[in-house]
Design a protein. Structure first.
Length: 307
């Protein structure tokens, strides 16, 4: 998954360029092209990328800078720690703006102040954990990197189907035989894949295809047209998000299986980000109209609003 996501990093001008997976990943970290990378930066970045729990990630990062093995870190060590983690992850995700050293120093001082310690003291592991989990900036960062989506086993050519939200009438109504007033009977609804639905090449949004790691840039503007569901409130919110392309893209977590119909969407609920894995089957009234939203302006093969 990681290699596929970094495929565009292949830079033939790099002095250490090698047509290998390791070489391409190496280039991501050697941004100044001097043939050297920071070992702790690489370890920290891969720790954040891993499937470990947030607590395990915190323990691993802390252990890298607990040089004397006492379970404590100094103000300088914490500053370097925060800077290294932010710098390493920023090289893997261009959506992250690496904070300055001064900003990291202020964040570290906040941790010491919260623990009621002066700058010459050391922070215990307990106080470090408390700082990471209660500081809004750090907690948001940890939540962001806990949002990876694992792949599932799919045979060649097999399309993913969401077992928790099946493409049938149960996904629409509590009772298959008793649709709510004004709504269509469940048996009149077809479930289609993007290639069956779109007039052209299906795209998650107008500047990014299904197979390009959800990337791209540019405007995603265009009014949204409501379907049969009474969810205008949601479409209004989605229209605001769509006006900020980078923000919209951040709501989709790359699964590496988009071409097989497996997507992951992030929602902020209960004061934290939560991932929801879905398939790409869209419900459509068998005679004509979509039951959910669509774009009113070309290209009408955008899928983000349906997803």
């Amino acid at each position: 998954m990681l290699f596929s996501g970094l495929r565009s990093a292949d830079d033939s001008s790099h002095p250490c360029c090698k047509k290998t997976k390791a070489g391409i990943i190496y280039i991501q970290f050697d941004t100044d092209k001097n043939g050297l990378v920071d070992a702790l930066e690489v370890i920290a970045a891969f720790t954040m990328l891993s499937s470990m729990s947030v607590k395990d990630k915190m323990d691993t990062i802390h252990s890298l800078y607990d040089f004397n093995g006492t379970g404590t870190v100094t103000l300088d060590e914490m500053t370097i720690m925060l800077r290294t983690v932010a710098s390493g992850t920023g090289k893997l995700d261009k959506g992250i703006v690496t904070p300055t050293t001064r900003q990291m120093e202020e964040l570290s001082k906040w941790a010491f102040k919260k623990a009621k310690l002066d700058s010459d003291a050391v922070v215990s592991k307990f106080d470090f954990d408390d700082f990471c989990l209660t500081n809004p900036t750090v907690r948001s960062f940890l939540d962001y990197w806990s949002g990876g989506s694992h792949q599932v086993a799919l045979a060649r050519g097999e399309l993913f189907s969401d077992s928790a939200f099946k493409a049938n009438g149960t996904a629409l109504y509590y009772s298959l035989t008793d649709a709510p007033m004004g709504m269509l009977p469940a048996h009149t609804v077809n479930w289609l894949r993007p290639k069956q639905l779109c007039p052209g090449l299906p795209r998650l949004y107008s500047d990014g295809g299904l197979g390009n790691q959800l990337g791209g840039s540019g405007s995603l503007g265009g009014a949204l047209r409501a379907g049969q569901f009474a969810n205008q409130w949601f479409l209004s919110a989605l229209s605001l998000v769509a006006s900020q392309p980078q923000l919209l893209r951040s709501l989709f977590v790359w699964t590496g299986q988009e071409k097989q119909g497996r997507f992951c969407v992030r929602f902020f609920k209960g004061e934290k980000w939560q991932n929801v894995v879905i398939d790409d089957q869209v419900w459509r009234y068998c005679l004509s109209a979509l039951l959910n939203a669509s774009r009113t302006l070309p290209p009408s093969n955008d899928l983000y609003q349906c997803m």
